[in-house]
Design a protein around this ligand. Structure first.
Ligand code: AMP
Length: 189
């Protein structure tokens, strides 16, 4: 395994979801990150889509870094074969460490934890704390994007004046792993 030049932080479910497509996309992202020599930074779980993306990175010879509070090591079944594993004291420290290690962020399908982490990164960008790229991978499932209602809500937030239109440009919606990697081309070498 070579040390990666750049790292993508992936926020995604600690569950696999109710459709095989979710896991397929997580695995596709993991394998393609490894092939492009982009490192994975994530929450360190061995389960759910989190585990799927990390397993795929490692299977293809890539680098996967996990960050987890001690209290979650059993609950979220810490991944045992990561390239690096940071144990931190709290959820807040976890988010800070994920942020510090990463050059870009993406949300794959997930639940409240995924949303919490992704929104915090967006709010930090709004507050000009950083200008690292932020993406949503809007996986199509049964003819509609998994995140379509969320994207509609974000548009509604802008429409009714609770977010400036320019702040809606702080994130990009992509619909495939290839489109995501294309958008991150400047991080690859
Ligand atoms: P979920 O999308 O709910 O399956 O959760 C995905 C990941 O987000 C899991 O590793 C959770 O532990 C993590 N998570 C949930 N809440 C927080 C939080 N407040 N700060 C950091 N990570 C969190």
């Amino acid at each position: 395994m070579n040390k990666s030049s750049h790292y993508l932080c992936v926020f995604c479910g600690s569950s696999v979801g109710q459709h095989p497509r979710f896991r397929q996309v997580a695995e596709e992202l993991g394998s393609k990150l490894a092939k492009k020599n982009l490192g994975l930074v994530y929450g360190g779980a061995g389960i759910g889509l989190m585990g799927a993306v990390a397993d795929a990175v490692l299977e293809h010879g890539g680098e996967a870094i996990g960050v987890m509070p001690q209290a979650l090591v059993n609950l979220e079944v810490a991944h045992e074969n990561l390239s690096q594993f940071f144990i931190v004291k709290s959820m807040h420290e976890r988010k800070q460490k994920l942020y510090d290690l990463s050059h870009a962020f993406v949300a794959l399908p997930g639940g409240p934890g995924t949303m919490d982490e992704w929104f915090e990164i967006l709010t930090w960008a709004q507050l000009r704390h950083h200008n690292k790229p932020i993406y949503i991978l809007n996986v199509e499932i049964d003819g509609a994007g998994y995140f379509a209602p969320l994207i509609a809500q974000l548009e509604n937030i802008v429409k009714y004046g609770f977010m400036r239109a320019e702040h809606a440009k702080l994130f990009s919606v992509v619909t495939s792993v290839d489109q995501l990697l294309e958008a991150m081309i400047h991080l690859q070498k």
